[in-house]
Design a binder for this molecule. Sequence first.
Ligand code: HEM
Length: 618
Amino acid sequence: QSVFYDSFTGNTVTNEEVKGHIKRNSTFWCVNEVLPCNPLEGRRVDGSCNNLKYPNRGAPHTPMLRLLPPEYDKDFEPRRSKNGDPLPLPRKLRTSLLQEGSVPDTEITQLLLHFFVFMVSDVMSVHDTVNYIQWRPYCCQEKGKTDNVCIPITITDDDPVHRFSSIRCMNLTRPESFQSRGCLRNNTSPERITTATSVFDLSHVYGNNMQVLNAKARLFEKGLLKFEVSGGKIWPPSVNTTKHLCFLNQLPKETRCHDIPEQGANSVLGVNLYLIWTWRLHNRVATELSKLNPCWDDDRIFFQTRDIVIAIIMQIFYYELMPAMMGYENLLRDGVLSPYKGFRDLYDENIIPQVSLEFPFALRWAHTFQEGNLKMYNTNGTFLKETKVVNLTLRTGYLDENIEYITHGAFRQPSAKFDYTVDPDIAETVLGPHQLASDVFSSDLTKNRYFGFPPYVKYRKYCSGKSHRNFGDLMDVIDPERITLLKERYKDVEDIDLMAGMWLEELVPGGRCPYTFYCLVVEQMIRSMVSDRHWYERPNRPNAFTIEQLLEIRKSSSAQMMCSVGDKVTHIQPQAFYMAGPGNEMRSCDEIEKINLWAWKDASCKPKNPLNCFNYNV
Ligand code: HEM
């Protein structure tokens, strides 16, 4: 018998209240239906029962955590400057604080960015972007003036780019909230609503709901996900209609659009690539497991494989990507990474599985080192061609002919440099042909205000304990020239927006990210481990890995994943998030450490190749 929970409060709701939601058409957003929790059950697809005391926490549409209380003006409009004036215009701030240019990094590859954005989409949903691309494309037109959801970005006559054009506005909409979806009254402080589960569980691959997973993704044979073979490659299932999310497919040639539990994976290129690779990884692991343990049924192979794939991706995220961004020693010091390969158990049932509102917001800072030109290489490493990455959003069809070249470019092309310069395409046309003009940095800054984040200096205090009473106090994290830039735009140090502060901060010693980014992201990384009962490093979770299995998971690497499921990858550098070079030379995939699934051998099953345990490598 299911129990119904109020998605925001987490309290149970009566059948009468559920009927009220049905009448108002708000059940999907405002009510979580949860089957009774079984403490011995593995990770649920819909994230429920992760915390046995609060069964709906972790499920979709549950509230995000605010690290600091919101600050709004009246009617929950953006806060004002200390002197009562409106804050400076976002686009004006962006164009004066961040310059446009293309400087390649010397160390980090594009592959890191692809993986990073893939991880973001595990805990976020695309509806806030689809809202202004598809549902309300009119915020800059007459109609937009009467739609309260519209919050278009003003472009002034002296704009460095648009003074040469007639464009004076960029489309944007407010973030969806429990209020906009009818779950909370409009006179309460806006609380962001998302459709993803709030733990890292690859819900953008497997979906947020068992019924959808079963209908769209499972083959119900040998633990496999449904797949297609085309051009000699394995793909997730696709849909044969033009009415899908891949608006930019150039018909009739480009028709592919994934028909998977979460359509959002068809969006930004990096999400799409890793969705394909993770999909293939699932099927690779499932195939090997079913050979290894022929007596296992489809269900057992499927859920064991899902658990392994989630662990592999988490291992790469925590132990390979994040150290490159934040510094390995820093993460060890702050208890995010374990120095040992064995188990660790940090679980605390009093910490609810939640994503902070600040976490995905801070990750937007990564837009500053996104490269705009996508370079493609053939399998021998010869440069073939390039295209604008912004023209590939919502255009899965482009991958059909090009995924191989994009793959080989991803670990050969550097990211943009971490240097206060932003790519012109990301800064002016981030939505490609979807919008006349779109500047993701101005959107980031605008959203900053509609999320109601308090001033940047309050986050400095949260992170360092130190009060910053005047601009000079910022010298510990921002260099003097950039403090001058801030002073020219903001009248008071307390006016500075969180994102504007992060843009101009210096990078943490030993890492490649600003101080406040580091602090907000570490908070989430710890929260995600401590609050997730099914965290892969735990020995005391239902169906936990054995120590032998965990040691195999520890061998995961982005290079190994590329060798296993990338397109025709036979040679790669072992640290694929770093450019190849001395100490990280490209080498044959045979020399890259692999995961041996023999550790999952069930003694009660007779494997097909009993003599050679290396037949089960992925
Ligand atoms: C091809 C490259 C990319 C493009 C075209 C792109 C584009 C966008 C766009 C249009 C938005 C929505 C902005 C808004 O309406 O508020 C967005 C949001 C976001 N992007 Fe990117 N992005 C790219 C790469 C990345 C990367 C590498 C990261 C790495 C972390 C990233 C992280 C985020 C985050 C965290 C958000 C906010 C999501 C949310 O809160 O809903 N993006 N991006």
